[in-house]
Ligand binder design. Structure first.
Ligand SMILES: *[C@@H]1O[C@H](CO)[C@@H](O)[C@H](O)[C@H]1NC(C)=O
Ligand SMILES: *[C@@H]1O[C@H](CO)[C@@H](O)[C@H](O)[C@H]1NC(C)=O
Ligand SMILES: *[C@@H]1O[C@H](CO)[C@@H](O)[C@H](O)[C@H]1NC(C)=O
Length: 376
């Protein structure tokens, strides 16, 4: 009985969201770089010491390419002797597609950019950024050894930390400063440790019931996550407690988040990595202790040899029924939703998430518990 009750508890806490998803976009292999806009500008949003370059230059300068092993490499220029006071070339790319509430993002990485002054991120934002929400799935700076997740919103959204959240909440107001941040507490989520462990997988579920982010180091990947790397179906129902969990009880997701596009970027120094106290907390205090002065100028290697993403895939899944979704995944056929009890439960839960009245919500909750008890 205890395990059934525990099961129901877990089920209701984390699986009110839809659990069954089908593939709508697959960025991997030779097609990884299809469907992105490369920003051609200096970093005027976080004031980093980089020039983001367009796709043609990124390709010819080998800052964005598919490796011999079929993985996407996205990197900071480490082959140019940059002279004072110039900036260093890097990448900021944004998906051309926007994904509505009811989306699951799965990012499989072998290596993330790290090193003094380096500030990478894989995140999502709405079309009218910063007004319609931002989800920071992967973000860290300098020689930190853990990933840090966050939401950024307009005033009115806060983070109530569920008891079972794996990560450690830092700030709870999603509308100010760094947003509502959560530090990963699992091992090897960033930096040299991440690379040495052959990386891992991050997943972000963007749902009316909340926003949930998971991380698994390569050795700890559940079978269902491994399967989602090649299958047209993803099922979150056995994933357990997320690293960061933002339930809609204190942040109305549908109100604060518009459809989101993916962003991948690497900047240097700037408003986080370059803040003197942040910089000096993991990096050199000599010769000047100033992020820009101590890193940007010079040959670039070996300093920026680790400042690259190596990504096996970024796959986007939708909770909507395949016939209702627009567009088909690149190079894959969208599978029909499975008809197992779990996916039937998911359908009811989806209905629960979308309930318009209290009566509907209560009825939905009863469904969730009843069906949950069955599944458990
Ligand atoms: C950054 O520069 C681009 C291109 O000039 C411009 O469209 C955008 O509005 C700027 N963003 C900010 C935050 O200043
Ligand atoms: C760090 O050095 C750069 C480049 O010399 C300079 O523009 C910036 O003001 C310095 N920052 C601080 C906090 O002193
Ligand atoms: C840049 O870094 C890569 C590893 O990321 C390394 O293979 C390459 O030799 C470096 N480039 C130069 C010019 O040293």
């Amino acid at each position: 009985m205890k395990s059934v009750l525990t099961g129901i508890f877990w089920f209701t806490l984390f699986h009110v969201a839809a659990a069954s998803y089908h593939l709508v976009m697959d960025h991997s292999g030779q097609n990884f770089f299809n469907g992105w806009n490369f920003i051609d500008n200096w970093d005027n949003t976080t004031n980093g010491d980089v020039n983001f370059i367009d796709q043609q230059d990124a390709t010819s300068q080998k800052l964005a390419y598919v490796s011999g092993t079929g993985n996407a490499i996205i990197k900071v220029d480490n082959s140019t002797n940059v002279l004072y006071p110039n900036k260093r070339n890097s990448i900021r790319m944004e998906s051309t597609d926007f994904y509505p509430v009811g989306t699951l993002f799965i990012i499989d990485a072998l290596h993330m950019p790290f090193g003094c002054s380096v500030w990478p991120s894989i995140w999502t934002k709405g079309a009218a950024w910063p007004n319609d929400g931002e989800i920071d799935i992967i973000e860290a700076v300098n020689l930190m050894n853990n990933n840090q997740m966050a939401l950024h919103t307009q005033p009115g959204c806060s983070h109530t930390t569920p008891q079972n959240q794996v990560g450690s909440s830092i700030l709870n107001d999603c509308s100010t400063g760094s947003g509502c941040t959560v530090a990963e507490t699992k091992q090897n989520s960033y930096g040299s440790g991440f690379a040495a462990a052959s990386g891992g997988v991050f997943a972000a579920q963007f749902d009316t019931s909340g926003i949930y982010i998971w991380f698994w180091s390569r050795a700890d990947l559940p079978d269902s996550v491994k399967q989602a790397a090649t299958s047209s179906i993803a099922d979150t129902s056995s994933w357990g407690a997320p690293s960061a969990a933002y339930p809609s009880s204190s942040c109305d997701i549908s109100k604060f988040f518009g459809a989101q596009q993916l962003v991948i970027d690497i900047t240097l120094c700037g408003d986080w990595a370059g803040v003197q106290s942040v910089y000096q907390s993991t990096c050199h205090t000599t010769p000047t202790g100033n992020c820009t002065a101590d890193n940007i100028w010079g040959p670039g290697s070996p300093r920026y040899d680790d400042a690259y993403f190596e990504l096996q895939s970024i796959r986007v899944f939708s909770a909507a029924s395949p016939s209702a979704s627009s567009g088909s995944p690149s190079g894959t056929s969208s599978g029909a939703p499975s008809t197992t009890l779990k996916s039937a439960a998911a359908t009811n839960m989806q209905w629960f998430s979308g309930a318009k009245t209290t009566a509907q919500a209560i009825l939905g909750a009863v469904w969730v518990v009843v069906v949950g008890a069955f599944v458990v």
